[in-house]
Design a binder for this molecule. Structure first.
Ligand SMILES: Cc1cc2nc3c(=O)[nH]c(=O)nc-3n(C[C@H](O)[C@H](O)[C@H](O)COP(=O)(O)OP(=O)(O)OC[C@H]3O[C@@H](n4cnc5c(N)ncnc54)[C@H](O)[C@@H]3O)c2cc1C
Length: 348
């Protein structure tokens, strides 16, 4: 049965840098937002793809990392009390007879919102999966792409696939907790913290864990459970490894996914908008950041911030057509000081 939906003025789909700044621009206009993201944390591409790399083209910030940009945006939007619903993908968006939008997520949360801001970047980040026929039937039973309860793997023979930080961190974590740990990576070259790589090699040398260079090409089932996996190593030889659980960390890839089913005008996987309001073909739905397209579009954080400002003004007019909106400066407006919860007299 449909749980009673959360009623709100604005839902933002995507907690990347542009979705976060959308909270700020809406907040200044006293519009409270709910933010939904398929990732378990805010920051979008900045946090998922380049948390420690420097960005040099954010106005007035000579340099900051993807993580710092995210942290500063979260600090900047804190006064507005946006509610975050993370780790869930928006799967449905449907306009109701009263004009509001019913939004449903993969965790079965529902929202009834007067406006929607799609800040979905290049799409929802999803784990890259292990491509073996029929293996998906074991997902959540013996095949895992996320670890929620590490203790369930204690005492098990676990096989971990991947060559990044997630694969190595979990391999090191389970070494003295699992019955055995086998790490499988397609080449002997890891994209992880040097200290983790060194530790992994030391543990392998001490035979506390095993490293195989190759790929899983098959699996054997007995009594409806995976018992073994077949690993083809780089010289083409097959090896069978006993496995209770498979933990796969092949990274994340973005998928436009359900957005293409919501009746929006889409041009080559991007949502078309006007450049006055950044509104889509459906009034009340705006698209900002990397997900949108218009003549001259540049996929930069800077462009997304501008789009968020104009979309917020447009939404305020859409929500209250009778109420004229005046442009006010955060420097001098007592009203904006109130909504920001600041006192410029005591600013140093
Ligand atoms: C390596 C690299 C370096 C870069 N360097 C720079 C730079 O120096 N300067 C610059 O300006 N730009 C840079 N960019 C580009 C910049 O990161 C993007 O322009 C920016 O992240 C776009 O922000 P966004 O909020 O629109 O989308 P994203 O950051 O992509 O965030 C979108 C979010 O929406 C979520 N989402 C999507 N669909 C759904 C759904 N259905 N349900 C729930 N959640 C959903 C995703 O999980 C994601 O978290 C760089 C990009 C990369 C990859």
């Amino acid at each position: 049965m449909l749980s009673s939906p959360t009623q709100t003025d604005a839902v933002i789909i995507g907690a990347g840098p542009v979705g976060l700044f959308q909270v700020f621009e809406l907040g200044l206009l006293e519009i409270k937002a709910h933010v939904i993201d398929s990732l378990p944390k805010a920051g979008g591409q900045c946090i998922e793809l380049y948390p420690d790399k420097p960005i040099y083209d954010i106005p007035a910030i000579p340099v900051c990392t993807g993580r710092e940009l995210t942290q500063n945006l979260l600090k900047q939007i804190a006064p507005f009390g946006a509610e975050f619903h993370l780790g869930q993908e928006v799967t449905q968006l449907e306009q109701q007879a009263d004009g509001r939008f019913l939004i449903a997520t993969s965790k079965d949360e529902h929202f009834l919102s007067k406006t929607v801001f799609i800040a979905a970047g290049v799409g929802a980040f999803q784990p890259r999966t292990l491509n073996l026929e029929g293996i998906e039937a074991f997902e959540g039973k013996q095949l895992f792409y996320h670890i929620k309860h590490p203790e369930q793997f204690h005492g098990k023979r676990i096989v971990i696939c991947g060559g990044g930080d997630a694969a190595l961190d979990w391999a090191l974590y389970f070494v003295d907790k699992a019955a055995s740990v086998t790490l499988i990576h397609r080449r002997d070259d890891f994209k992880a913290a040097p200290a983790s790589i060194a530790k992994m090699r030391e543990l392998c040398a001490n035979q506390q864990m095993q490293l195989l260079i190759g790929q899983i090409t098959g699996y054997e089932i007995e009594d409806e459970r995976i018992r073994n996996v077949v690993v083809r190593n780089i010289d083409g030889a097959d090896q069978t490894i006993a496995a209770d659980d498979l933990l796969i960390f092949f990274g994340l890839s973005p998928k436009l996914g359900p957005i293409s089913d919501w009746g929006l005008d889409i041009d080559r996987k991007q949502i078309t908008v006007d450049t006055e309001k950044f509104q889509t073909n459906i009034p009340g739905i705006y698209a900002v950041g990397d997900i949108n397209v218009y003549p001259g579009k540049k996929k930069l954080i800077l462009s997304g911030f501008h789009e968020a400002a104009l979309a917020a003004f447009a939404a305020a007019a859409y929500l209250n057509p009778e109420k004229p909106i005046q442009l006010q400066y955060t420097t001098t407006s007592p009203k904006l000081h109130r909504v920001l919860g600041v006192n410029p007299a005591t600013f140093e």
